[in-house]
Design a protein around this ligand. Structure first.
Ligand SMILES: Cc1cc2nc3c(=O)[nH]c(=O)nc-3n(C[C@H](O)[C@H](O)[C@H](O)COP(=O)(O)OP(=O)(O)OC[C@H]3O[C@@H](n4cnc5c(N)ncnc54)[C@H](O)[C@@H]3O)c2cc1C
Length: 440
């Protein structure tokens, strides 16, 4: 385990945009922060997005500077590929037990050259591209990953030793084991973010088994210039799709699957993707099947109007069933929600399910924090203290506390950092800054 101090002012769990922002805000105030990320890179969902609504800025252009700042900040200790195993109240703070998963190489020695990746003979579907691209058994998570260090997936490895032979830093270590370490912290911020509702939540939409019925995150990767295909192609046969449908509320506002709430970002990300598709494929027809369009944020209604003006079509209707046809096209049974409420069949070449957001982690077992009815972290005093949880000294930020977009996740992270700073002062937590000198 790379060196971990025995005491930090705050632990931030989750290295997405909310966790990074909370860590940076605390670090800038002079607090020492331990930022723990379960994956091999920080960046969360945002680093894999193409462009962001409503400005259509390049997502990684905004995200990667924050990733670099978090990794190099003198008051932030970044610990990737690590999970929080236990948290116990201990005096004025919390005793935290971490489990560092093995990368099967010396992380401090790895120079991120990628020679191991080139030598590896194994190819498996790449998680970063939602299975549409490939990675090797040993790989650097993606081009913008921080840290730029390789990780060996032991499940995929055939132990041919080729990576070890070519590694110029001589850093491979196939004997590495998971390592446990404990530390003390004064406050905890949970920023563990989102997953999208599973593809099989709605069985009538193909259970994730129809290749041309895809998730919105996979579409973000397909639209990205560094994505799996480099342009927009449909997965089943590599054809350029000329007719694309978005199925809204495909995993939100649906009591039958236990997700009655609105996920807040789906209308906007679908409109964004639809508008961009109109830019990427000049003669494409894109149709959103929706119940209501919820364009709630600053500049969002204007963005919706822009999408309509640039040719995105919207149809008020509920999609009941999606069937694959012989040539990989899709047939959608739609209940139109206009005056005559007809049932119609519509044919499209590609379908994107606007899946909703669910919490990626449930901290109740480890931190004792209560969940709300929607299973996101409960804020007992939502209006005046939105980041305060039911356990004193613990705070929530970003989608861990409920579905939200990036601007709201960043604002909430600032609130969580401020609330944690106030809490540390009130508890008389004297901080570690005096004992852990910042390197010059
Ligand atoms: C398809 C799609 C498109 C979107 N497009 C936009 C857009 O254009 N504009 C916009 O404003 N918003 C957009 N959003 C919403 C945006 O993705 C979220 O608002 C944002 O990612 C929330 O950041 P977060 O840090 O809360 O969570 P995340 O990005 O999910 O980050 C959470 C981090 O915590 C880590 N983690 C999880 N569990 C643990 C654990 N137990 N221990 C340690 N680490 C853990 C995860 O690995 C991850 O790195 C989109 C969402 C989707 C699904």
């Amino acid at each position: 385990m790379p060196y971990i101090h025995d005491r930090y002012d705050a632990l931030v769990i989750g290295g997405g945009i909310a966790g990074m922002q909370a860590a940076l805000d605390l670090g800038e105030q002079g607090f020492d922060v331990l930022l723990v990320e379960k994956g091999p890179s920080i960046g969360g969902v945002m680093v894999g997005l193409n462009k962001v609504f409503p400005t259509l800025d390049c997502s990684s252009c905004i995200c990667t500077p924050r990733m670099a700042e978090s990794a190099h900040h003198p008051r932030i200790r970044l610990q990737t590929y690590t999970e929080v195993q236990a948290v116990r109240r201990d005096g004025a703070g919390f005793a935290v037990e971490l489990l560092k998963k093995p990368r099967y190489l010396d992380e401090t020695a790895c120079i991120g050259c990628g020679e191991c990746e080139l030598a590896c003979p194994i190819e498996v579907p790449h998680e970063f591209d939602y299975g549409l691209g490939a990675r090797r058994a040993i790989y650097i998570p993606h081009g913008n990953a921080i840290p730029q260090k390789a990780v060996l997936s032991v499940e995929d490895c055939v132990f041919c030793g080729k990576c070890e032979k070519v590694c110029p830093a001589d850093c491979m270590d196939f004997t590495q084991l998971p390592e446990r370490v404990t530390t003390m912290v004064g406050a905890v911020i949970v920023a563990t973010g989102l997953e999208i509702t599973p593809m099989d939540a709605k069985p009538h939409y193909g259970r994730g088994l129809i290749p041309n019925v895809m998730s919105p995150l996979a579409m973000e990767r397909i639209q990205s210039s560094n994505g799996p295909y480099g342009r927009v192609l449909r997965p089943a046969d590599g054809k350029v799709p000329r007719s694309i449908a978005y199925v809204q509320c495909a995993g939100s506002r649906d009591r039958s699957i236990g997700i009655p709430y609105c996920s807040r970002v789906c209308c906007m990300y679908a409109l964004k993707q639809a508008l961009l598709l109109r830019h990427y494929i000049h003669d494409v027809e894109v149709t959103l099947y929706y119940m209501d369009i919820r364009a709630f944020g600053k500049g969002y209604e204007q963005f919706y109007r822009r999408a309509l003006a640039e040719g995105v079509k919207v149809v008020k209707g509920k999609v009941g069933r999606i069937t694959e046809l012989e040539n990989y096209d899709l047939s959608l049974r739609v209940e139109l929600l206009d005056e005559d409420q007809r049932l119609v069949e519509r044919r499209h070449e590609l379908v994107v399910l606007s899946q909703g957001l669910i919490p990626a982690w449930h901290p109740s077992a480890i931190l004792g924090i209560e969940e709300a009815d929607d299973h996101f972290i409960k804020a007992p005093d939502l209006k005046v203290a939105p980041s305060v949880t039911t356990v004193a000294g613990t705070f929530a930020a970003g989608v861990a506390a409920g579905p939200k977009d990036i601007p709201d996740a960043i604002v909430e992270a600032g609130d969580a950092a401020m609330a944690a700073a106030n809490y540390l002062a009130a508890m008389g937590w004297n901080g570690t800054a005096a004992r852990v000198p910042v390197p010059a």
